[in-house]
Design a protein around this ligand. Structure first.
Ligand SMILES: Cc1ncc(COP(=O)(O)O)c(C=O)c1O
Length: 388
């Protein structure tokens, strides 16, 4: 089987990830963190804090206690946005956003918050030149997707960060697609908050993710509350990170796996993973761009050759004469190739490229893919194009 749906989730994980989850249960040493002083409770706490430290290292933040774990990026965004934003605020976001950002923002918009969108250009790149014109007196934050899960187009975060600093607004980043494959320095890029998911390019188990704050002076309100293991007689949740966003028992077994995934990424280095993915993407794109029956969206060979750092390992396309669903089905049935078809949880990108009805077929690569595998995809697409 050829697996090219890594933007949905990475299927092939480093073996030590599964081993870590297995041992976290099998060794009978992981209790409930912060819920006791016996060895299993302390070992669980140690596990959580070790993983937190490694997330801090990945995103280059000083204070690991400003990181809360959630079950994925979607939960992270719901918590963060609903905790931070008020009906009197305005925010700027982009047409490249995933529904995990859009839907919480639409909910807040219903309550009165103002929402403005940066448009996309013909390549699906966010029109950062519109930032100035969208600024309002009450603009509180820019919420921006680092890497589109549809086109792979990326944002120059440093540029947006400098703009946010100048205008004293917050920069909140969706790093679901970029964490682990693109270097992110939250301090240097002036990122105030970031949400990530563990099961994509960090190679962790599903059910892991989190919120990373760069400082402690955000004015946050409680969204979810419950058991916290401390301040048990207070009616409210403790107001300090990380517990503030962590009511209930954490997925410690999953976090053991995430730690192993983070170790793998650190051993390989984000930079070398990025370089390998750029080579794979360029190889694929060079071949598919030369097939006249294939239309590629928001991914231009010349742009990638010139500025590979502007693009992730994601290529979405359609083939003349095929619906995206039928193409993905035949790729799987006849060629054993796994890709995603249809709409990709980013409705405004599909509106932009006029693929609302047809959808797109998305190929997304991981560092476990090889040139040989990509060749199989190219051959399958070329064969199907010739059948037309
Ligand atoms: C850009 C982007 N943001 C957020 C998410 C949500 O991630 P999760 O489903 O892990 O919450 C995804 C998932 O595909 C994504 O691609």
């Amino acid at each position: 089987m050829y697996y090219f749906d890594n933007s949905a989730t990475t299927l092939i994980k480093p073996p030590q990830v599964a081993e870590a989850v297995y041992h976290a249960i099998q060794n009978q040493t992981i209790g409930n963190p912060a819920r006791g002083s016996h060895a299993p409770a302390l070992q669980a706490l140690r596990q959580v804090e070790q993983t937190r430290m490694k997330i801090a290292r990945l995103f280059k933040v000083q204070d690991a206690s400003q990181i809360s774990f959630t079950s994925n990026a979607t939960f992270a965004f719901n918590l963060l946005l609903k905790s931070l934003l008020k009906a009197t605020d305005a925010v700027i976001t982009t047409k490249n956003e995933h529904n995990s950002v859009l839907r919480p923002l639409y909910q807040l918009e219903k309550e009165g918050m103002q929402l403005d969108f940066l448009a996309l250009d013909e390549m699906g790149r966010v029109r950062l030149d519109q930032l100035e014109s969208l600024l309002k007196e009450n603009t509180k934050a820019i919420i921006i997707n680092h890497m589109s899960n549809v086109t792979g187009q990326m944002i120059n975060l440093k540029k947006v960060g400098v703009f946010c600093q100048k205008h004293r607004i917050l920069l909140i980043v969706d790093a679901a697609q970029s964490a682990g494959v693109v270097p992110i320095d939250m301090v240097e890029m002036h990122i105030d908050a970031l949400c990530f998911t563990g099961h994509k390019s960090l190679y962790g188990p599903q059910g892991t993710g989190g919120i990373v704050l760069n400082h402690s002076n955000l004015n946050l309100e409680t969204v979810f509350s419950g058991g916290s293991g401390s301040h048990s007689y207070d009616k409210e949740m403790p107001q300090q990170m990380p517990g503030f966003f962590e009511p209930g028992t954490l997925n410690v077994h999953g976090l053991a796996g995430l730690e192993a995934g983070l170790d793998y990424v650190a051993q390989q280095s984000v930079e070398s993973i990025q370089k390998k993915l750029q080579e794979l993407t360029l190889f694929f794109l060079e071949k598919v761009s030369s097939v006249p029956e294939i239309q590629v969206y928001g991914c231009n060979l010349q742009q990638i050759k010139k500025n590979p750092q502007e693009h992730g390992a994601i290529v979405s396309l359609n083939l003349v004469g095929w619906s995206s669903g039928d193409l993905a089905d035949i790729l799987y049935e006849d060629y054993d190739i796994c890709v995603r078809s249809g709409a990709h949880c980013a409705p405004l990108v599909h509106q932009h490229f006029q693929t609302v009805d047809r959808g797109m077929v998305r190929f997304s690569f991981s560092s476990f893919n090889t040139n040989e595998e990509i060749n199989a995809a190219i051959q399958a697409l070329t064969e199907l194009a010739l059948e037309n």
